[in-house]
Design a protein around this ligand. Structure first.
Ligand code: SD4
Length: 328
């Protein structure tokens, strides 16, 4: 592809991205399985610059909360924000005007739950968590997911705000029904957390591609694509063009690359490059991953100029430590 000269790839802040050093020592693994307190403290990261979400996750972790609670409560902040038009309330609708949400959640015992095409409920991530905890299943879709949310006591809400509706009406006037991936806007939130006990968790939630075909589901609620957590290695989550992430089982790939010894950033970079290789010549889409390993090291990579992700590291430093972009 002509734009294969990727890369400024700088690491800022206090997080060390290791070269080829092994990521998991036996001692570390044993410590974790014994349930001891992690000496280095917890970590929370999320895609993009969702500071309020990371603040929330951090407050849960700092108070001794679990990685799972922190991940869920962190992303809920964005789901509830009507100004965020790519997640939850106020999300942009599909081409027929319906706001449909996709979300998943996963813990460090490989428990997971997901909803796809959920309509009428703000906190898709919490419905996904109920699927995980209250049913023998992993995924509920569409009307069944909504019915389940109602049975679980979630209250129904109209997710289409006046602002999103107005934009959709405008879009219909000129569009040829081409879906839009929100390259300019910060979008899908994926969050990864590591708590003081050394347990990992992750959550991912989105309203998906704006003006998508009705029924379209991206990567975000697909375990292995939009999110993956492996207690022996680490966790990863994705943002961007979901179809491309599904094709490569992106988040699982990132975790497996870390298992092979890559740092979180190296793994994210290789995942993005694989996707770009399959899309020679295309410059019209965005893909990004962030990752966290069991040692609390983090990394991210994206083909978007100025990509950054929001982090609280183990010492409680909040920063946006990584930028990666495709050089033209
Ligand atoms: C999707 N990955 O539905 C999501 C949306 C997203 O940037 O991340 N947009 O494909």
């Amino acid at each position: 592809m002509h734009r294969r000269k990727f890369l400024k790839n700088s690491t800022l802040g206090s997080v060390a991205i290791l070269g080829t050093a092994p990521l998991i020592s036996c001692a570390e693994t044993e410590t974790k399985t014994a349930g001891n307190i992690r000496p280095d403290g917890p970590v929370a990261i999320c895609t993009w610059d969702f500071g309020n979400a990371t603040d929330k996750a951090w407050s849960v972790l700092r108070a001794g909360g679990t990685a799972l609670d922190a991940a869920e409560q962190g992303v809920m902040v964005e789901e509830a924000d009507p100004e965020n038009q790519t997640v939850g309330l106020g999300g942009r609708p599909d081409r027929d005007g319906f706001v449909t949400l996709d979300a998943c959640i996963m813990d460090s015992q490989s428990n997971c739950g997901a909803v796809m095409g959920l309509e009428g409920y703000v906190h898709a991530v919490s419905v996904a968590r109920r699927v995980m905890e209250k049913t023998p299943h992993v995924i509920l879709v569409g009307d069944g997911a909504s019915q389940f949310a109602s049975e679980q006591g979630f209250s129904r809400t109209d997710l289409l705000t006046a602002k999103s509706r107005k934009e959709w009406v405008e879009w219909k006037k000129t569009s040829e029904y081409a879906p839009v991936i929100n390259i300019e806007n910060h979008d899908t939130i994926g969050m990864l957390t590591l708590d003081a006990n050394g347990d990992l968790a992750g959550a991912c939630t989105t309203s998906g591609m704006a003006y998508k075909l009705r029924g379209r589901v991206g990567d975000s609620p697909v375990i292995g694509a939009g999110l993956y957590v492996d207690p022996e290695v680490g966790a990863a989550t994705a943002t961007g063009m979901g179809e491309e992430v599904v094709r490569t089982v992106g988040s699982f790939l990132i975790v497996e690359l870390m298992r092979q010894g890559k740092s979180p950033e190296e793994a994210c970079r290789e995942g993005v490059l694989r996707i770009m290789k399959k899309n020679a010549g295309r410059t019209d889409f965005q893909i990004g991953f962030i990752a966290l390993n069991t040692l609390g090291e983090t990394g991210g990579y994206c083909i978007q100029p100025g990509f950054s992700y929001r982090q609280y590291d183990s010492k409680g430093h909040r920063n946006t430590p990584v930028e990666s972009y495709l050089k033209s």
